[in-house]
Design a protein around this ligand. Structure first.
Ligand code: ADP
Ligand code: MG
Length: 405
């Protein structure tokens, strides 16, 4: 990362005897019984915490889980995360019973060198996400106070750096601040996707909502050699070409925008030529492959077809840089996973032949693991979908901007 103090700088200053507050992104998916189904973000967050603890800091970790409504809710407790993080670190992780309340305060005061304390879900306090600057500042001050006289703040929650929230943004204004190892690594990767990018540069987009990703299409289309579009978002583009898309996902209010994008960037945009359609949105739906021009009425496209995979794989095979965000189909249902798997395999192959490949997006990363693809088959799997997209759109990310001030 350019011109931002990093974890290495903080370790050089020395942290023994100091309390360091770390904002991590530990927002992992849980099943109905509260078991962690994908520990990816905990694994990615552990090295920064471990480095600080090993260097003798008392480490206070703050993070969110899910979307509680600004009050304590046992369903969103970080308790299972504390256990898993402890396993990852090979040391005990205490969990405070509150965020900045009496328990957190007492435990923070009792920290000795190398101890790790996880605060309860930071979104149990409504001030964390408040739009009122003064409210957020008050909460940030309470977080900063936990670090005592000689504290420091390490921003390592890459998945939240696009959020102007108290534990991400405001607290950095109150303490000496540093980019954690994960944030620095993620930003280095994104810099490679935006400056001096090795060509050909291919971007693979998919997922459900085209409106979420129009900004990134608009920003990347002029810069890339190939833009492959699959997933639910492809159908609004197909409709913009005048095709009937049956009951497929369609954002009618975006058809004109897609038409305009196709007019300006038609030479780089690749759309599916065949689709796997289903009679209902279900794992046990009846499925058949049809040409993109022949989607029957009442059927919905839930995956790209084999011919599309072949063509997408062909353009990807020559790429030197690949960014992939958004699955090509409803990979959660086995019958509609082949498109995503085929595209992902093509990216793995291109990577083996020397391409630099990045996977961004929670569901895309989950697809890699669920479909049994090798995680090390990609150059980088990002922990932050929204944050990487906003970075690539050229937006300023508050949680990064504040680190250079
Ligand atoms: P990411 O988290 O990687 O950014 P998104 O959140 O944008 O990806 O989209 C992921 C979702 O898109 C998945 O749950 C997948 O089932 C869904 N999806 C993919 N293709 C389709 C489709 N053809 N119709 C409906 N949903 C789709
Ligand atoms: Mg998603």
């Amino acid at each position: 990362m350019t011109s931002v103090p990093t974890l290495a700088d903080l370790l050089n200053e020395g942290v023994a005897g100091r309390i360091v507050l770390v904002r991590s992104d530990l927002n992992v998916p849980l099943d109905d019984d509260g078991n962690i189904t994908d520990p990816g973000r905990i694994i990615a967050s552990a090295p920064t915490i471990k480095a600080l603890a090993e260097a003798g800091a008392g480490v206070i970790v703050t993070a969110h889980l899910g979307r509680p409504k600004g009050e304590p809710d046992p369903k969103f407790s970080l308790a299972p995360v504390a256990v898993r993080l402890g396993e990852e670190l090979g040391r005990n992780v205490q969990l405070a019973g509150d965020v900045v309340g009496t328990d957190a305060l007492a435990r923070a005061e009792g920290l000795t060198d190398g101890d790790v304390l996880l605060l309860e879900n930071v979104r149990f306090d409504p001030r964390e996400t408040s739009k009122d600057d003064a409210e957020r500042a008050k909460f940030a001050a309470a977080l900063a106070d936990l670090t005592g006289m000689n504290g420091a703040f390490v921003s390592d929650g890459f998945g939240v750096v696009h959020r102007k929230q108290a534990s991400v943004y405001d607290v950095a204004k109150l303490l000496p601040h540093y980019a954690g190892g994960l944030v620095a690594a993620e930003v280095d990767v994104l810099e490679r996707l935006t400056t001096d990018t090795a060509r050909p540069y291919a971007v693979v987009l998919g997922g459900s909502k085209v409106s979420d990703k129009l900004g990134v299409i608009e920003a990347l289309a002029p810069k890339v050699d190939t833009l492959v579009i699959g997933g639910g978002m492809a159908f609004t583009f197909l409709a913009a070409q005048g095709l009937q898309v049956g009951s497929s996902l369609l954002q009618e209010d975006q058809i004109d925008v897609c038409k305009d994008l196709l007019e300006r960037f038609g030479d780089v945009i690749h759309l599916p030529v065949d689709v796997v359609v289903a009679d209902k949105f279900a794992a046990d739906a009846e499925a058949k492959t049809v040409a993109a021009e022949e989607i029957p009425e009442g059927w919905m496209g839930l995956d790209i077809g084999p011919e599309s995979v072949k063509r997408f794989a062909a353009v990807l095979s020559g790429a030197k840089t690949i960014f992939w965000n958004g699955p090509s189909g409803v990979f959660e249902f086995e019958k509609f996973a082949a498109g995503t798997k085929g595209v992902a395999e093509a990216i793995v192959q291109a990577t083996a032949s020397g391409a630099f490949s990045v996977v961004g997006g929670g569901d895309s990363a989950a697809a890699v693991r669920l479909l049994g693809l090798p995680e090390d088959g990609f150059s980088h799997i990002s922990t932050g979908g929204g944050a990487s997209l906003e970075y690539l759109e050229g937006k300023e990310l508050p949680g990064l901007a504040v680190l250079s001030s």
